[in-house]
Design a protein around this ligand. Structure first.
Ligand SMILES: NC(=O)c1ccc[n+]([C@@H]2O[C@H](COP(=O)([O-])OP(=O)(O)OC[C@H]3O[C@@H](n4cnc5c(N)ncnc54)[C@H](OP(=O)(O)O)[C@@H]3O)[C@@H](O)[C@H]2O)c1
Length: 295
């Protein structure tokens, strides 16, 4: 069976739903199987026949990580190593999730898997350390780097914006950080495809939706599409582009973090949809859920 590690997180939840839909046999855990505790995870897998592990568990509080580096490294580095060790001992293939924040963002063209990572914050350093542990522990792994992840649930930019549209007339959003939004459902779909095909060469891959935008343009697109999906009925919202300096955060973010998807597209022989189409699909899902709740 497939073991989804971190199934109550944003991606883990979507992945579990996708596995349930496809009928693949899986088990799933979150904090009750602490990835920092090797004995605990050994006990969990002891009576299970596991042939794929997808590690979605992570410390993802990017700003808080600046003041909690030990915790970030315990989960993102040591936890990743523990999961890789279990994968090795069970001879299970491993998909480990990582991030665009392993790059410093000083480039102006998409980062490929061959580009040298050089993170600018604690979270990025802890995720890069986790990647290195996975590579050093078990060769039968796929490291999947993604970026700007959002979904119908969890804590993410799309849901934050939908809330802000209700609360604020003027919305100020950073317009000098560039990247690619990624719909969790599209990433989960790709993970299931990798597992189902079983012939994807091990190594590192990048996956996001296609296209590059700024948080500001992303916010405006969410607003325009939210209006047309009737997720927001307030037509008077104004958007003001601001600079990173005007929105100080504890962690420094990369200015540019678009990931090249050439390798994964060539490997899977398929295209990836644009972030605008994926966003629309997510908003359609949110609208349907809200209608169900109201009914
Ligand atoms: N979110 C993004 O924008 C983004 C961007 C690029 C890459 N990624 C990567 O994509 C992956 C999935 O991200 P996500 O946004 O779905 O993360 P998430 O929502 O924070 O989910 C992570 C899950 O892991 C759990 N967890 C934390 N510590 C654990 C531990 N010691 N043992 C077991 N489980 C533990 C978390 O529980 P608690 O919530 O209770 O701590 C949470 O349920 C991560 O590898 C992340 O680094 C995310």
């Amino acid at each position: 069976m497939i073991w989804v590690v971190g199934n109550r997180g944003m991606l883990g939840r979507t992945l579990e739903a996708e596995l349930r839909r496809t009928g693949l046999s899986y088990c799933a855990s979150d904090l009750e199987v602490d990835v920092t505790d090797r004995a605990q995870i050994e006990r969990y897998v002891a009576d299970k026949e596991i042939y794929w592990i997808v590690n979605c568990a992570a410390y993802t509080a990017v700003d808080r990580a600046e003041s909690e580096p030990a915790m970030a490294f315990a989960i993102n580095e040591k936890g990743a190593e523990n999961v890789a060790m279990i994968a090795r001992s069970r001879r299970a293939r491993l998909i480990h999730l990582s991030t665009d924040y392993v790059f410093n963002g000083r480039r102006k063209k998409p980062y490929t898997e061959k580009d040298r990572p050089n993170p600018t914050n604690v979270y990025g350093r802890s995720k890069l350390a986790g990647e290195m542990r996975v590579r050093g522990t078990w060769e039968n792994h796929i490291i999947l780097r993604t970026a700007w992840l959002y979904d119908r649930y969890g804590s993410n930019f799309v849901l934050t914006m939908l809330r802000l549209f209700e609360e604020k007339r003027v919305i100020r959003v950073v317009n000098d950080q560039w990247g690619s939004p990624t719909y969790g459902a599209d990433l989960a779909d790709t993970i299931v495809e990798i597992i189902s095909r079983d012939d994807v060469p091990f190594g590192t891959y990048h996956f996001t939706n296609e296209g590059t935008t700024t948080w500001f343009s992303f916010a405006k697109e969410i607003y325009n599409r939210a209006l047309s999906h009737r997720l927001c009925r307030l037509h008077d919202r104004a958007f003001i582009p601001i600079t990173t300096e005007e929105y100080p955060t504890d962690a420094r973010r990369p200015r540019y973090s678009t990931l090249s998807k050439t390798k994964i597209k060539k490997t899977l022989h398929r295209d990836i949809r644009t972030w605008e189409l994926a966003l629309d699909s997510c908003l359609t899902g949110i609208r349907k859920e809200r209608l169900k709740i109201d009914a």
